[in-house]
Design a protein around this ligand. Structure first.
Ligand code: FNR
Length: 189
């Protein structure tokens, strides 16, 4: 079984990015599964908390889930032409302590997609992830690209991805990334 962990960078109930991940989970090819992580309980990163209390259990659990998975799928909102703070905060926590970076992120297949109600569909947010993915020595997947613009028109009020063209693009993206993640090798140490 190929396992992907999906993280949406929005805590909003009607988040387009969470809806996009849910749609992806419903399109996984046979033999593959996408588990959507809940990051709502992850606190703001504070080095004092890390020193005094260690890694919060909710973060430690997600680190283990990612370390055991074939790939990580980020669904990123765009805030002020970059990624959302909650998603960056999550990745920052997941990168602690730095000695665990190789096990959690090293060689890990990572794909980034995103949805925005605007005309540019998270293009700049996706670009903003590139130095982060490089720093963490992930294995980013660049063959596919999914930029969902004018998101208000492609999702129903209940958060279903109803636009056929976008569904086709997402299916192609998911298939490509699953194939890549199934071939990816992770590194340790
Ligand atoms: C935005 N939004 C936004 N959209 C965009 O395409 N480019 C941008 O630079 C920004 N900047 C921005 C800043 C801040 C602070 C907010 C709150 C919003 C709009 C954003 O794409 C929209 O709120 C999405 O709906 C957020 O994603 P979710 O919550 O639907 O997943």
């Amino acid at each position: 079984m190929i396992t992907l962990i999906g993280i949406s960078g929005s805590l909003r109930r009607q988040s387009f990015n969470t809806a996009l991940l849910r749609a992806a989970a419903g399109m996984m090819p046979q033999g593959a599964t996408l588990q959507i992580a809940d990051i709502s309980a992850i606190p703001l990163y504070n080095a004092d908390i890390e020193s005094s209390e260690g890694i919060p259990p909710v973060v430690a659990q997600l680190k283990e889930q990612i370390a055991a998975a074939n790939g990580l799928l980020l669904s990123t909102p765009e805030y002020n032409n970059a990624m959302s703070g909650v998603l960056k905060n999550t990745i920052d926590w997941l990168s602690r302590p730095a000695t665990d970076i190789p096990a959690v992120f090293g060689g890990r297949a990572v794909a980034v997609m995103g949805a925005s109600p605007g005309p540019f569909g998270t293009l700049l947010a996706q670009n903003a992830w590139l130095p982060v993915l490089r720093t963490l020595r992930t294995r980013p997947w660049f063959e596919g690209r999914l930029i969902v613009s004018r998101a208000g028109a492609v999702f129903s009020d209940s958060g279903d991805l109803v636009d056929e063209k976008t569904r086709g693009q997402l299916q192609q993206f998911v298939n490509g990334f699953v194939q890549f993640a199934s071939e990816a090798r992770t590194v340790t140490g």
